[in-house]
Each structure stands twice: as C-alpha cells, then as structure tokens.
Design a protein around this ligand. Structure first.
Ligand code: DGL
Length: 285
C-alpha cells in the first residue's frame, strides 16, 4: 500500500493525480487536519508531526510513503531518510516532492513536465511559491543550486494561502488581496519568471485567481501531475519496491480531526465522495 501524507486536505490534489496515473495500487491518505496548517511552523515541530504521521502509515502496512506536503518534504524528509528510517524502519521508503518539482522546473528529465516532450535544460528565471516554512528551509534553493545552477530562482513565501484554502475561501476580495500581496514581488521585477511552481498542495485550488493575476505568457506548474509522473518513474527504477505494493485499487482516507468535515471538504477537492476514519497519532520519541 502507498501512504500519502499531507498536513490538510490540499494533498488530495496530488492523490487525485496518483489515482489517474497509477490506478492499480492501494492508497492510504492521511491529513493531519487537527494540526494544519504546518506552513508557519518550525523545522523541529514539522519533523515531529510528520514522523508521527508516517509511523501511523507504516503501522497500517504502507511500505512506501509520499510526503505530498512541501512543508514536510522541505523540513522533515532529510531527517526521516537519514536518521529515522535507518534506525527504526530500514525496510520502508519515504519520498518527497521538492526534488521532482525542481527536475520539472529545470526540465531535467524527459517527461518531468507532463505534456512537455522536449527536455531543454533551462537558463533563465523561475519562481517557487510556498509556505513560509518551506521558503525558510531554502530546500528549493539547495536543490536548484545542485541540479540546475544555470537557473535563477525566486522564492516567495505566501502567508495565509493554505489557511484560506482550508477555510474554503477560494474567491473574493479577501483571497485576492493576499494573493496579489505575494505575487506582486514575483511579477514586478526587471526579469520576471518564465515558470512559476505552485510549491504547496493547497495552491492548485487557488488557480482561478492566480491565473487572473499572472500574465498568460508565464507558465504555472501545479505539482499534482509532476509528483504522479515522478512516482511512476521511481517505481520503474525500483522494481523491488514496486513488487511490495498491494494492487487492488483500494482507497482509504484518514484524518486527525473531524471525519465529516474532512470528507465533505475533501470530496470536493478529490472530485468523488469518500468516507474517512479518525486517527489518534502516538508521540514518537
Ligand atoms: N500542505 C502544505 C504544503 O504543501 C501546506 C499547508 C500547510 O501550511 O499546512 O506545503
């Protein structure tokens, strides 16, 4: 079974793409809704929350976990991969979303950007929009400098965007104000970006307003398909991991907060109704 983790229901945007691209597998999705948003939290706290959540996914039988949450990928993944798994779960795998997103931004892998066939390593300017915690980690900067030093990267924190999505505020003067406030520093510069990555699971739900503010010639990349294509590619390259995954096309949903609230908000994002189970996470020391 593949575990998919997000701080909130935004991660269902990624899950929906996984269902389309890799429908054969069983999935268990968990949203830590009781403690979302993660976006302004420190590295220590995000690591603690993420570790507790993936441990629950492991206990349920997931051999592979995708951290759909950028904040968790940026803040917790390295610690989990380098310290937690080798010590406690050497037979499990955890993947994040930052690296595949950078590969897409920089066109580093054929098919890295779904729908674009010509890989042409880019020079020029690209931007990432993400939570304060993701931007403070400089994870995107570190990966770009390593993998595509020819690219100039603008990193922009977008306070409250994820919280607005969690509150169902997707249109109107309020969201428009906060979106303009974070987008203007990205757009009003001598060399604006050619591509903007939505580096947070929640942001695709704000696409109608984002598209109205961002000029047409700038390509906006949601991560949904990028993550699904990258997981398909990873499974091809790791047949030993792929063969451990159960494949009955079954889906389970869990939340750390109210199940009815989560299922009703989440069903709209996923585009299909579902029921969810309530989970109490155990502290991990
Ligand atoms: N889902 C998180 C991410 O992708 C952001 C939402 C939050 O702040 O919890 O970064």
């Amino acid at each position: 079974m593949i575990g998919v983790f997000d701080s909130g229901f935004g991660g269902l945007t990624v899950l929906s793409s996984l269902f389309k691209t890799l429908p054969q597998y069983d999935y268990l999705f968990i949203a830590d809704s009781a403690r979302a948003p993660y976006g302004a939290r420190s590295a220590d706290v995000v690591t603690e929350y993420t570790t507790e959540t993936i441990e629950w996914l492991f206990d349920q039988g997931c051999t592979l976990v995708v951290l759909a949450c950028n904040t968790a990928s940026a803040r917790a993944l390295r610690n989990i991969q380098q310290l937690h798994l080798p010590r406690h779960r050497p037979d499990r795998r955890v993947l994040g979303v930052v690296r595949p997103s950078v590969e897409a931004l920089a066109c580093l892998r054929p098919g890295a950007i779904p729908g674009e066939t010509t890989p042409s390593p880019m020079t020029g300017v690209v931007a990432v929009l993400a939570t304060e915690s993701t931007i403070a980690s400089d994870s995107y900067g570190i990966e770009i400098r390593k993998l595509a030093p020819h690219l100039e990267l603008i990193q922009q924190a977008c306070p409250l965007w994820a919280a607005m999505v969690e509150a169902g505020e997707l249109e109107g003067a309020g969201p428009e104000y906060f979106l303009r406030r974070s987008l203007e520093p990205v757009l009003n510069r001598p060399r604006p970006p050619q591509r903007i990555l939505l580096g947070c699971t929640h942001y695709p739900l704000l696409l109608p307003i984002i598209r109205r503010i961002v000029p047409r010639e700038i390509r906006i990349l949601p991560q949904t398909d990028i993550v699904a294509e990258s997981l398909a590619d990873w499974l091809n390259r790791h047949p030993e991991e792929e063969s451990r995954l159960s494949r009955n096309g079954q889906h389970r949903f869990a939340t750390t907060d109210d199940v009815n609230w989560f299922a009703s908000h989440g069903s709209r994002v996923l585009g299909q109704p579902f029921t969810a189970e309530r989970v109490r996470l155990k502290a991990v020391r």
